[in-house]
Design a protein around this ligand. Sequence first.
Ligand code: SAH
Length: 272
Amino acid sequence: MISTQALPLRTLPLTAPGQVTLVGAGPGDPELLTLKAVRAIGAATVLLVDDLVNDAVLAHASPRARIIHVGKRGGCKSTPQSFIEKLMIQAVQEGEVVVRLKGGDPFIFGRGGEEVEHLQAVGIPVTVVNGITAGLAAVSSLNVPLTHREHAHGVIFVTGHAKPGDSGTDWTALAHCAREAKLTLVIYMGISSASAIQAGLLQGLPASTPAAIVQRASLPQQRHAACTLANLVETLQAEQLGSPSILVVGDVISGLAQLQQDTGAAGARQAA
Ligand code: SAH
């Protein structure tokens, strides 16, 4: 039977030999790191770094730390997860202070959950430090809220990229749900399947539903375009927007779309 008593918060030190700290490196802008992330990065003797982590974040690492780029840049395309997990376990066993640095938040489409399960299964404790997820940074950079008392009662973070063999998201069902419950859709990894996403969403949402594409959110190279659901793919192509991008669909974007119609096409990020 599950106890209804409140359990005390498990308190591990932020970083220490014998454990792994999973750290969210945020969407790119190094100023969006949390103070806790900076402290964990600075204490690490080994850092395993994902592709989408901005190198500027590594300025907080000790000059003596070993930095291992994993993901595509690390050349471990075939079995990345098992390879990364093996590296982490090995480094822990060697007495290193191990930090696993992941883009955005480790628990939003970052496979952080799988890594925690694997590490815990071999008895390695894990601490997680949140990061600002790309979906939040993308809309905030446009001064668009994800929720709004008039336009959106909530938000759904959804991936456009299904695991091989998985049928993936039912975009039509999601569109009906978003329409009825007034939800903003924030779509990660949606570029390569944008046509299927658009076609599915159009079955349940009006063609005029405002949408936006934000590429490289929070970085100096950020570019975005506002459009409608009906011309999402056309806009992606016309503006040559590609990965990494966030697609946002919902009435919260309406102000931005209007502004863009008035002022021209795709926007670049204003210098901070
Ligand atoms: N854990 C990450 C998401 C990893 S999935 C997070 O919380 O942000 C990778 C996807 O995230 C990319 O395909 C893209 O859709 C999105 N993404 C990551 N960084 C981004 C950025 N700076 N701008 C726009 N999209 C980004």
